[in-house]
Ligand binder design. Structure first.
Ligand code: DQA
Length: 147
């Protein structure tokens, strides 16, 4: 079965109480539940969250080694982390970058992503549905066809 690793970065463990006007009321457990329901028997999902950049780097290496597709919400590291970008390109991992909020409609420091140039694609602004759309992109197998 297709293996997919869902990686959530810093502060996403606070979803549900964190800035609900921006991120809504959904918890990370809620996102996991709906994504598992959507995947059904089509994919085996693993969910991980960390507030530490090095954890995310290690998990991306692991996914690259194992050929596991990654749905990555790197939180604020999206905008700052060269280490994450290098991890993705170095490990050859297939990564879809996701965001709950439309980062381009927010502060200018959120408009830049260090990860986007090495990601297969970017999905932002659809709340929990962003994760679902990333799952469909990974399962479709034609992702990247318009690179
Ligand atoms: C986020 C957007 C980031 O700018 C922010 O730092 C987050 C969450 C999102 O899902 O909308 O932590 O990645």
């Amino acid at each position: 079965m297709v293996q997919i690793l869902v990686i959530n970065g810093p502060n996403l463990n606070l979803l549900g109480t964190r800035e609900p006007g921006v991120y809504g009321a959904v918890t990370l457990a809620g996102i996991e539940e709906r994504l598992r329901a959507r995947a059904g028997s089509r994919a085996e999902l693993q969910f991980r969250q960390s507030n530490h950049e090095g954890d995310l780097v290690g998990w991306i290496h692991e996914a690259g080694r194992n050929g596991t597709g990654v749905i990555l919400n790197a939180g604020a590291y999206t905008h700052t982390s060269i280490a994450l970008r290098d991890a993705i390109s170095g490990a050859g991992a297939t990564v879809i970058e996701v965001h709950l909020s439309n980062v381009h409609a927010r502060e200018s420091f959120r408009h830049r992503s260090t990860i986007a140039p090495v990601a297969r694609g970017v999905i932002a602004g659809f709340g929990p549905l962003s994760y679902d759309l990333a799952l469909e992109a990974l399962l479709d197998g034609r992702e990247g066809a318009c690179a």
